[in-house]
Design a protein around this ligand. Structure first.
Ligand SMILES: Nc1nc2c(c(=O)[nH]1)N[C@H]1C(S)=C(S)[C@@H](COP(=O)(O)O)O[C@H]1N2
Ligand SMILES: [Mo]
Length: 253
């Protein structure tokens, strides 16, 4: 489905949903309920759910379909002194910080993450620039980490912080909602094609969120922050490319 048809479909369904909902008058008389109900955010979430089953799995491929070369794209090395020192030492000093709206903030080393139950998946990565590659990823389901951190009930999104900061001015970051966060193929990957991630592909840890376009798959992870809103995070659009180039926050494929 093209972006245009998807958008017109969304508008149509939003209008229908609005029409149907005016029937539920008891609850709708309650002021705060009504506000929550008709916030743009909720309408967006419902229409996305109505269009596709958000928990459906992305296609998985056979080992013989793996691309001989998984092309790196975007930043290929964060290039900061901190990152260089960590990568020279096999990321012994690296930690993944899990913070924000959680009852149990975490600071996890790579061996700690690798010791958790893994998932392997052979999937196709689609970049908006018009190339695709099939790779075999191994990582820990994000769900496992979130269960450990114990999300607070007001957490709505997860923000992924990365080591590439473009000189500190514009750090790469991304965000997803909790439907995608708990999707079974959403993993924090530390291996590609049975080898530890190369720096160019996001060492030591990167997000794989398989129902989404390439730019959502944040590389060089340093932290995950649970938030109630994306409004005050950098440009407020939920991701680096969303802020600088107007890419869609919801990049579902
Ligand atoms: N931290 C960070 N993550 C990133 C990027 C980036 O520049 N920095 N580029 C994104 C884009 S546009 C794509 S297509 C994929 C590329 O992943 P790859 O380098 O493993 O091919 O990473 C995404 N994640
Ligand atoms: Mo991309």
């Amino acid at each position: 489905m093209t972006a245009m048809t998807r958008r017109s479909l969304l508008t149509g369904i939003a209008a229908t949903a609005g029409g149907l909902l005016t029937g539920c008058d008891q609850l709708a008389r309650n002021e705060s309920f009504r506000e929550a109900l008709f916030s743009a955010d909720n309408v967006h979430r419902w229409t996305q759910r109505a269009l596709t089953d958000r928990n459906a799995l992305a296609r998985e491929f056979r080992p013989d379909q793996i691309s001989p070369y998984f092309r790196p794209n975007g930043v290929r090395n964060p290039g900061t002194p901190e990152y260089a020192a960590m990568s020279a030492d096999n990321f012994a000093a690296w930690r993944l910080q899990v913070t924000g709206l959680v009852n149990r903030p975490l600071s996890l080393s790579l061996p700690q993450i690798q010791a958790l139950p893994h998932r392997e998946q052979i999937t196709r990565h689609d970049c908006v620039e018009g190339w695709s590659a099939i790779g075999k990823w191994r990582g820990v389901p994000l769900r496992t980490i979130l269960d450990g951190a114990d999300l607070k009930t007001n957490a709505r999104y997860l923000v992924f912080r990365c080591a590439d900061t473009n000189g500190g001015a514009r750090p790469y970051y991304e965000s997803i909602d909790l439907v995608d966060a708990f999707h079974p193929q959403t993993i924090l990957a530390f291996a590609l094609n049975d080898r530890p991630l190369f720096v160019a592909n996001g060492a030591p840890l990167r997000l794989r969120v398989e129902r989404h376009l390439g730019y959502k798959h944040a590389k060089f992870l340093t932290g995950i922050e649970a938030v109630a809103s994306l409004e005050n995070i950098h440009g407020g659009n939920g991701g680096y490319w969303e802020d600088v180039a107007g890419y869609q926050w919801y990049a579902g494929i």
